[in-house]
Design a protein around this ligand. Structure first.
Ligand code: GDP
Ligand code: MN
Length: 390
């Protein structure tokens, strides 16, 4: 789960990570009121959306008066902000963070990410902050340092010294920077984050060290033990189909292709997506309906899948174990009838009660093609959709 910058900064404050004074505002009037409570005369007005690159997209404005705050807030609130992370349609801005401007001497990069390959935390830093870290990694990899921290051992003082040195923090700011890194690591572990990022981490002309931006992603599987963080969820920022799927505990992730997939089991779902691509088509989604799916969840899954306008054909690939093939067939027939399905359907079923399932499908007035193997299923469905332009 992602949260907004202003929420991340609230958590930073709880962990004694220095941030400039700031307040959230939902209208231009509120923005001016917020600024009046802060130290002026320079302020930064920052669009709050779940995407980075706001600065380049015109979503971050530095102003030098209360009138400037009103004007900038008026421009940013309600705008459809397009950044390299939002896609071409952009995201509507509903709130702005009003922040005391900092006297920036240099911008650094700091993040902590869960590294699944090494099963530990990796602290990533660069003295070149404020820019795309992917670009730094590609063009000047020597300007990026990764330090692995074992979760049981925890972050060690020598690692903090190494990181602070690499960042090129001036002597006067080293102690504050070291504390900040230790506190960020603590936050990351205690709140079950999958990533925390401060870009830029700034050193001011007075050698203070601040988090000027804040991004936190949480491991959704751990949110049950962080009810207060769950309250930060902003469903307006989520994909509407994924949001709908989450209501029924369906593991659905929307993708950009045209073949809708209904599969049980995450591994089989991944394999199905691979083989669809192998035959030249593109999956429209990842969907694992789970082993214990009943007719109702099959119906919901089918409805969500078909609401994706890009879907031109559907592939159902089921290995009947706990989920029996006859039950699946009943769910599919009921859903297709109710939803008045118009697009072609390819079904591959194996396992428990497969014969009974096939009888149910054959006895219905549903039009579909049956495939025996995954290869056959993928080939058939790929032939039914427009091929992507190579
Ligand atoms: P992002 O573009 O979405 O990552 O938003 P950031 O919060 O990182 O802001 C983008 C850029 O705006 C930063 O890299 C800074 O250069 C600039 N910026 C943000 N806050 C301030 C500030 O208080 N003072 C000044 N002078 N610049 C700022
Ligand atoms: Mn940033």
């Amino acid at each position: 789960m992602k949260i907004h910058e202003y929420q991340a900064k609230e958590l930073f404050r709880n962990y004694a990570i220095p941030v400039p004074g700031s307040q959230i505002a939902f209208t231009a009037d509120e923005a001016v009121k917020a600024a009046e409570d802060l130290k002026g005369p320079k302020y930064v007005v920052k669009a709050q959306i779940h995407a980075g690159g706001r600065g380049k997209g015109g979503g971050v404005k530095v102003v030098d008066s209360l009138d400037g705050v009103r004007e900038a807030a008026g421009q940013i609130l309600g705008m459809q902000l397009v950044t390299h992370q939002t896609g071409p349609e952009g995201k509507k801005v509903k709130s702005v963070l009003i922040e005391e401007a900092s006297n920036i001497a240099s911008e650094k990069y700091l993040s902590i990410i869960l590294d699944r390959a090494t099963a530990d935390m990796v602290i990533m830093v660069s003295p070149d902050g404020g820019m795309d870290i992917e670009e730094v990694a590609e063009k000047t990899p020597e300007r990026l340092l990764k330090v692995h921290v074992h979760p049981t051992v925890g972050i060690q003082p020598f690692q903090i010294r190494k990181v602070v040195k690499f960042l090129g923090i001036p002597k006067e700011g080293m102690k504050e920077a070291g504390k900040l890194i230790a506190n960020l690591y603590k936050l990351n572990m205690e709140l079950d984050c999958s990533m925390v990022e401060i870009n830029p981490l700034v050193v001011t002309a007075e050698n203070r060290v601040f988090a000027l931006d804040g991004k936190i992603n949480f491991d959704s599987n751990a949110l049950y033990r962080h009810k207060d963080i769950l309250a930060f969820r902003d469903t307006d920022e989520e994909d509407p189909l994924e949001l709908e799927a989450s209501k029924y505990d369906l593991n659905y992730i929307k993708l950009d292709g045209n073949v809708g997939c209904l599969v049980n089991g995450a591994g089989l779902a991944m394999g199905t997506m691979d083989i669809i691509k192998f035959y030249g088509a593109e999956p429209a989604n990842f969907l694992d309906v789970g082993g214990g799916a009943d007719a109702e969840s099959i119906e919901n899954a089918f409805r969500i899948l078909l609401s994706d306008k890009n879907v031109e054909a559907v592939l159902i690939n089921i290995f009947g174990g706990i989920l029996r093939c006859d039950l699946l067939a009943e769910g599919v027939v009921a859903a297709a009838k109710k939803l008045d399905m118009k697009i072609p359907l390819v079904i591959r079923m194996k396992g428990t009660n497969v014969e009974k399932g096939k009888e149910i499908l054959a006895g219905s007035d549903l039009e579909f093609a049956v495939a025996e193997t995954m290869k056959e299923a993928a080939e058939k469905v790929a032939n039914l959709v427009k091929q992507p332009v190579a």
